[in-house]
Design a protein around this ligand. Structure first.
Ligand code: F6P
Length: 551
């Protein structure tokens, strides 16, 4: 138990009770400099948290929380390569992957070995391979240029490349990339249906090369290739991204087509490693370097900026305020950028797999709440679905808006103006709301009777005072995207450091995997002993048995 942190949390709860008497709108009215005081600029990005219901006193106490929880020392330990993932006894070095690995002066050691030359070597191999695929130096088994690339992977081996490829669509000028993750046969089958095996390259992305979804999909894809191309030629249509080199060999992929990484790269932090190969093929190695550069700039900002001006630190502290002091159970990520429509799913894994923990690093039950539920959807689509609840529901959801000032479609400026206007309007509406006097006035102006007004007015009132923040950037290019992703990675780090949990393991996904293997034995009739099964599972298995069309 961190007594000092608890003490500050108690103080913050008291301040919150007082602050509840002053609305967000009133805070703005009484301080014309609120926007300047509660926003951080960094390069082509600005993070505006002035619409979060805090004041200077809250901010200063939150900064004390960060200090008392040694956020800076923990951050430095991560950058240094200390084994901060204690349950797996691993270093956490995704920052090294984007730390300009070609710079010979940079050295980062894990188990007395400098990891930088290895990073540099794999990056170079990826560059050569991706450029050769793009310019046709490497051809398919039928001597044709590869036109399509399928990344088969799941979790961190899928969400990152899929989200980044989609976000950088305007930069895609290589083969078309597709993504298959789900074990559901429809995912692979619907993808393969549109493709020609002779011109398709399949990248099997799996850190462990044992994940059942990925290996099942990879084997089915192999059969699809073999059917048209023959057994030997099919192998020429594969590449692998993995730390398990023996397993990739056993699958039939030659070492020159295998791109390695290391146990200190967590799945959800792996887009910067070989897992980014499909993206590099799609956008080219130069754009991929820009993407790495952007993340590195955010790493430097996180490492060198004082806490009070540090974007990931402030984003993390706002998370702590909402989770631990205000007791809000969820947070909504709302990118007003259709190309970031997968960003929420990406952050769901990043945040919830990292900080969805119920024990502290030393194995003790947490007495404070840890990671909240992350959800959301791109605007403006989301406005037409769940925003009703955000504005008038009984649950308060802190909203994290994201928006780019410029679009890539120069002749479609009106679209972007409307997009940005909607984004700003939503955060304003959440904050200001509309009180009963204003509602009554509007209804009167519209000619409604007193009786009609008293019936309708309560439904039209917006209480407002709902917190939001806005991350605004100039344009979604590779570098900016790198910065945004690194910002969210470090935010998760800051929160995990304050909760004192291991943000880099994921034991919570194991039990379900284990039980699925057992369930499979019932489905495939290799196990009939259901003695220890609950009646729900037995009932469902019996129904499956009687409805099964393949028996
Ligand atoms: O099941 C969770 C998980 O272990 C994630 O952490 C990881 O990103 C994903 O599975 C995929 O793992 P792999 O890359 O080893 O196939």
């Amino acid at each position: 138990m961190n007594d000092k942190r608890e003490l500050i949390f108690e103080e913050l709860k008291k301040i919150k009770t007082q602050l509840d008497n002053t609305s967000l709108a009133e805070l703005f009215n009484s301080n014309p400099k609120r926007f300047e005081e509660f926003s951080i600029s960094f390069d082509d990005m600005i993070f505006d948290y002035s619409k979060v219901h805090i004041n200077k006193e809250v901010l200063s106490k939150l900064l004390d929380v960060a200090k008392t929880c040694s956020v800076e020392a923990k951050r430095d330990a991560m950058y240094r390569g200390d084994k901060i993932n204690i349950t797996e006894n691993r270093a956490v070095l995704h920052t090294a992957l984007r730390n300009n690995p070609n710079n010979k002066n940079k050295e980062i050691y894990v188990d007395a070995k400098n990891v930088m030359p290895d990073i540099s070597e794999v990056l170079e191999k990826m560059k050569l391979f991706s450029e050769a695929i793009r310019n046709g130096e490497i051809l398919s088994s039928t001597n044709e240029k590869f036109k399509d690339v399928i990344n088969i992977g799941i979790g961190g081996s899928h969400l990152g490349p899929q989200m980044v490829a989609q976000a950088l669509t305007p930069y895609q000028d290589g083969p078309k990339v597709h993504f298959v993750s789900n074990i559901d046969s429809s995912h692979l089958s619907d993808t393969l249906k549109t493709l020609n095996p002779a011109t398709t390259l399949i990248i099997v992305a799996s850190k462990t090369f044992t994940t059942i979804e990925t290996m099942t999909n990879a084997n089915s894809a192999k059969k699809w290739l073999q059917k048209t191309l023959g057994v030997k030629n099919a192998d020429l249509h594969f590449a692998a991204l993995s730390t398990a080199l023996e397993k990739t060999k056993a699958f039939g992929i030659s070492d020159d087509r295998v791109f390695g990484f290391w146990d200190w790269v967590g799945g959800r932090y792996s887009i910067w490693s070989a897992i980014g190969l499909s993206v590099m093929i799609a956008i080219g190695s130069k754009n991929f370097s820009e993407f790495l550069k952007g993340a590195h700039e955010m790493d430097e900002h996180f490492k060198n900026t004082p806490l009070e001006e540090n974007m990931p630190v402030i984003l993390g502290l706002i998370g702590i305020w909402h989770t631990n002091i205000c007791s809000y159970a969820t947070r909504a990520i709302l990118p007003y950028d259709e190309r970031l429509s997968s960003f929420t799913s990406y952050v769901q894994q990043l945040d919830m797999e990292s900080n969805g923990k119920r024990v502290s690093s030393d194995g003790k039950e947490l007495y404070e709440k840890s990671g909240p539920i992350v959800w959301g959807e791109a605007g403006t689509n989301s406005q037409h679905s769940f925003f009703q609840l955000l504005h008038q529901g009984t649950n308060i959801v802190p909203c994290e808006f994201m928006v780019g000032v410029n679009n890539h479609e120069e002749d479609m400026k009106i679209h972007n103006d409307l997009l940005v206007a909607n984004c700003l309007a939503q955060s304003q509406a959440l904050m200001n709301g509309r009180d009963v006097n204003e509602v009554t006035k509007i209804l009167k102006e519209n000619g409604l009777s007193e009786e009609e007004i008293s019936l309708l007015a309560p439904h039209k009132v917006f209480k407002g005072n709902r917190p939001s923040s806005t991350l605004m950037y100039k344009k979604l290019n590779p570098k900016t995207l790198g910065k945004i992703i690194a910002l969210y990675e470090h935010r998760v780090f800051v929160e995990g450091a304050i909760w004192n949990i291991d943000s880099f393991d994921q034991w919570g996904v194991e039990l379900g995997k284990e039980l699925a293997t057992k369930m499979l034995s019932y489905l495939q009739d290799t196990n009939s002993n259901k003695d220890n099964l609950d009646s729900s599972s037995i009932g469902l298995l019996d129904t499956i048995n009687s409805w099964n069309e393949n028996k």
